[in-house]
Design a protein around this ligand. Structure first.
Ligand code: SF4
Length: 448
């Protein structure tokens, strides 16, 4: 659902505030924001375009008073957003008043403002209205990165990101979905979901239930993907830590809700090295899971990254990594020679390897993988696939398949004699392949 047109004839918000002084300060912050954005405030439900009820849930009597205030606002106005302490028990509110537009917990001014914007856009502002709703983007118009969280709760010994960016901080699910809708409305055909740790999304918010378009939605990756999958564009997930909950995403991929593309940095395959990296070490289990994922979703593309020459990595441990690659038959692999980062715990580990060894192991790993990648691409010859056009060059049309993320994966080269434009979906027949890319003939416009 798209937000209503901007600049409605009036933008008046009715406001009811119940409870203690902390609730009052929450109300004051929201009212200050509303006035700063040009909304009018009314103490009459009938004169308002929408009513916000800031509730109290301290004792039974306060709960009853809050539910009654919501009921009154619904009866007299019809458009009601609920916030405050009782909002933390959204199920109780929805059971009593299923017609409310949205419910948030206390101290949630950002979320409340977002719901107000969605149901009652702010009056026209000659300065901010010059910025398009999807914001200013650095990517081509047909794809966009969508960040869903910041920071990371892990402590991988080679990484300093948690100390730079802090612990996991997930964005509210409604804010992400709203941004996604604006992007799609502006012509984006592929959403690239990014964060430091995409699979952890919502953990810090205790997977709370939020609201979007009047519908309850959990702050959790599978539910977010389900909702993004309804937008009718490609949704590609990046940076998935190998959590067990990842398995919940595979059915969504098999059903075509999101792209069948898993970007999981495994980093290594030897349990001792993984332990020293402070990463999950059960590699037997990883191979079994890869097998199960491919059984459930045969078109799945798996991309991963690895580190060679980690401190203390022996020849045998490196060989084990190469054997893992042979067994896993991953589609796309990136590899970095270990490089000490100032402040990383791994710098203190014994057994630092010379740069030449770290580099040589990277070269060997990529040699093994290139053969695997080339073989997996060759298996696509003769298949009909969907591609998204990236650019029209002198030598032809350059596109990407579902298996190719922009900038990091391969390309699909097509015949120049076709009236396609960047952002078009095409059906193509794969005719040739090399180590990274495909060549194909165009069948026509459209998706599968
Ligand atoms: S490597 Fe990734 S998962 Fe590990 S600490 Fe760094 S950001 Fe977090």
């Amino acid at each position: 659902m798209l937000p209503p047109d901007p600049s409605p004839a009036s933008s008046t918000v009715g406001f009811v505030t119940l409870g203690c002084p902390k609730a009052t300060t929450d109300s004051e912050r929201i009212l200050t924001r509303l006035r700063a954005e040009g909304y009018l405030i009314s103490d009459s439900h009938e004169d308002a375009d929408l009513v916000v009820v800031n509730t109290c849930g301290f004792i039974e009597a306060a709960v009853e008073e809050s539910l009654a205030a919501i009921g009154e606002a619904l009866a007299e106005n019809g458009k009601v957003i609920v916030t405050g302490c009782l909002g933390a028990k959204s199920d109780a509110i929805l059971a009593a008043h299923p017609a409310v537009l949205a419910v948030t917990g206390p101290h949630a001014d950002e979320e409340v403002m977002r719901h107000i914007h969605a149901h009652l856009p702010p009056p026209h502002d000659p300065f901010s209205s010059l910025v398009p709703p999807q914001g200013v983007r650095l990517t081509p118009p047909h794809y966009a990165y969508l960040k869903i969280s910041e920071g990371c709760n892990h402590q991988c010994s080679f990484c300093v990101i948690p100390s730079l960016r802090g612990p996991l901080a997930s964005r509210p699910v409604a804010s992400i979905l709203e941004e996604a809708q604006h992007l799609v409305a502006a012509g984006v055909r592929e959403l690239l979901i990014v964060s430091q740790d995409t699979g952890a999304y919502g953990l810090d918010l205790k997977y709370r239930t939020a609201f979007f378009g009047g519908r309850p939605i959990r702050t959790r990756l599978a539910e977010l993907c389900q909702a993004l999958g309804e937008l009718g564009v490609w949704v590609r997930l990046h940076y998935l830590y190998p959590y067990p909950a990842l398995d919940d995403l595979i059915p969504l991929m098999a059903e075509g809700k999101i792209l069948p593309y898993l970007d999981i940095p495994f980093q290594h395959a030897n349990p001792r090295v993984l332990k020293a990296m402070r990463r999950p070490g059960n590699i037997e289990n990883t191979l079994e899971r890869i097998h199960a994922w491919r059984e459930r979703c045969p078109g799945l593309t798996i991309r991963s990254t690895f580190i060679t020459g980690f401190p203390g990595e022996t020849d045998a441990e490196f060989e084990e990594l190469l054997s893992f690659l042979e067994a896993a038959q991953l589609d796309r692999v990136g590899c970095f020679p270990y490089s000490p980062v100032e402040g990383a715990a791994a710098n203190e580990l014994p057994g630092a390897l010379p740069r030449a060894v770290r580099e040589e192991r990277r070269r060997q790993l990529m040699e093994v993988q290139e053969e695997i990648s080339a073989k997996r691409l060759e298996e696509k010859i003769g298949q009909e696939i969907t591609v998204l056009v990236d650019e029209i060059g002198d030598e032809g049309i350059i596109a990407r398949s579902m298996a190719d993320a922009p900038e990091i994966d391969g390309l699909v080269y097509l015949d120049p004699e076709f009236p396609a434009s960047p952002g078009d979906f095409l059906r193509v027949l794969v005719t040739d392949s090399d180590t990274h890319d495909l060549h194909a003939e165009i069948i026509g416009f459209g998706q599968e």
